[in-house]
Write a protein that binds this ligand. Structure first.
Ligand code: NAD
Length: 349
C-alpha cells in the first residue's frame, strides 16, 4: 500500500492511498478535526479523473464539518472516496486494504455508508479496523430513515411555528416530493399531527400507498413543486430548488430530507428574497450522522437518538431567528453557526 499526503490549503489532512495488487485507489479527506475525529461516509464512484475525485471528496468533507458541528456531535468533518465502479470493481480484498488505510490514520477519520457502498461492504472493512460505523449491531445503529423522518417532522414544526405562527400542524398542507424510506415515514408522522398531504413519486406504487394509508392527494412530481400548500418537502433527489423551480414554488416553507436541495448556492438568497423560509438541508436531515456519532461514542439508544433528534427543532428556530433579525438567508446562517461551534471549541482547547 502506498500513502501520499496531498497538501491542500484549508484542509487538515488529505491522503491518497493506492494498492495496485487489490485495485484500491482511494482518497481520505479530513477537512477539520477541531471537534474530534473526522466522521463521514465513503463514496465509491468511477470518477473520470483523479482531480474530479479530489474535488468531490474535498467538497463533501467540508460539508461534513458543518453537518457534524450543527448535529451536536463531537466530531470533525471528513469523507473518503474510492475511485471504482461499485457495480463491477468491489472485492473483499479492496475493502480490507481500505480498512488498513484507515488504521494508518490512527483514528483521525471514521468511515460510514455513502453511495456505492453497502452495510455488507462496511462489514468487511470492519474485519480489519475499528474506524467504521453505520453498521447495525443488535438493534444499535443501522437504518436511520425513521429517525431522519422524525428530524424533518420536528423541523417542519419549527418552521411552521416561525413562519405561520402556528403551534400545531393540524390542517397544515404539505407537499412531499418522494415517498421513499424517509418520505413515507414522514408522511405517517405528519398525518398523525393532522397535516393534509400531497405526494408525488416516480414510483406510482409508493404514491398510491401514501394515498391509501394517509389520504394523500397524488400529483405528478412537477405539480408537487408548484402545489398550493404551506410546506414543500423535497425528499427525493438533490437539486429540487433550482432556477427553473424557484419561481413556481407557492409554499411559504421548504423543509425536507433530501441532500443538496439547492442546485446552486445562490438559491439560498433567492428563497429568502421570495419570502420562502428554507430549513437548511444538512441541519434538518442530520439523523444519520447523529446515529453514527452515538454509535462511535457507544451511547446509541433509541431514546438518546430521539432526544438528540428532537433538538433539531430548537436548533432550526435559532437559525430562523438570526436570519430574520439580520435579513440574511438561512443556509448562510447555518454555516456561520457551525463555524461558531468550531471556533468556541478551538478557544476552549
Ligand atoms: P429512497 O430511495 O428510499 O426514496 C427516494 C424516493 O424518491 C423513491 O421513492 C423514489 O422513487 C423517489 N424519486 C426519485 N426520483 C424522483 C423524482 N424525480 N421525482 C419524484 N420522486 C422521485 O431514499 P431515502 O432514504 O428516502 O432518502 C431520500 C432523500 O433524503 C435522499 O436525497 C437522501 O440522500 C436524503 N437523506 C436520507 C437519509 C436517510 O436516513 N435515509 C438521511 C439524510 C438524507
Amino acid at each position: 500500500m502506498k500513502a501520499r499526503e496531498l497538501p491542500v490549503e484549508g484542509w487538515s489532512k488529505v491522503v491518497h492511498f493506492t494498492d495496485e495488487a487489490v485495485g484500491l485507489n482511494a482518497i481520505v479527506s479530513v477537512h477539520d478535526a477541531t471537534l474530534g475525529p473526522a466522521v463521514g461516509g465513503c463514496r465509491i464512484f468511477p470518477y473520470a479523473t483523479f482531480e474530479a475525485a479530489l474535488e468531490d471528496v474535498k467538497r463533501l468533507s467540508r460539508g461534513m464539518t458543518y453537518k457534524n458541528a450543527l448535529g451536536g456531535i463531537p466530531f470533525g468533518g471528513g469523507k473518503s472516496v474510492i475511485i471504482a465502479d461499485p457495480k463491477e470493481d468491489k472485492t473483499p480484498a479492496m475493502f480490507r486494504a481500505f480498512g488498513a488505510a484507515l488504521n494508518s490514520l490512527n483514528g483521525l477519520y471514521y468511515t460510514a455508508e455513502d453511495s456505492g457502498i453497502t452495510e455488507a461492504d462496511l462489514g468487511i472493512v470492519r474485519e480489519v479496523t475499528e474506524y467504521v460505523a453505520g453498521i447495525e449491531n443488535k438493534g444499535v445503529g443501522g437504518n436511520p430513515s425513521p429517525f431522519t423522518a422524525r428530524g424533518v417532522w420536528r423541523g417542519i414544526e419549527a418552521a411552521v411555528r416561525h413562519k405561520m405562527v402556528r403551534e400545531s400542524l393540524n390542517g397544515v398542507r404539505v407537499s412531499i416530493l418522494g415517498v421513499g424510506a424517509v418520505g413515507m415515514s414522514l408522511a405517517e408522522l405528519l398525518r398523525s399531527s393532522g397535516a393534509e398531504l400531497t405526494v408525488a413519486d416516480v414510483n406510482s406504487e409508493a404514491a398510491a400507498e401514501a394515498a391509501r394509508r394517509f389520504g394523500a392527494n397524488v400529483v405528478t412530481p412537477d405539480e408537487a413543486v408548484a402545489a398550493d400548500v404551506d410546506v414543500f418537502s423535497p425528499c427525493a433527489l438533490g437539486g429540487a430548488i433550482n432556477k427553473a423551480t424557484i419561481g413556481r414554488i407557492r409554499a411559504k416553507i421548504v423543509a425536507g430530507a433530501a441532500n443538496n436541495q439547492l442546485a446552486e448556492p445562490s438559491m439560498d438568497e433567492a428563497l429568502r428574497a421570495a419570502g420562502i423560509l428554507y430549513a437548511p438541508d444538512y441541519v434538518i436531515n442530520a439523523a444519520g450522522v447523529i446515529s453514527v456519532g452515538l454509535e462511535i461514542l457507544k451511547q446509541w439508544t433509541a431514546d438518546e437518538m430521539n432526544r438528540r433528534i428532537d433538538a433539531i427543532g430548537p436548533r432550526l428556530e435559532r437559525i430562523f431567528d438570526r436570519a430574520a433579525s439580520t435579513g440574511r438567508p438561512t443556509g448562510e446562517i447555518a454555516d456561520e453557526m457551525a463555524m461558531e461551534v468550531i471556533a468556541k471549541a478551538a478557544e476552549a482547547a
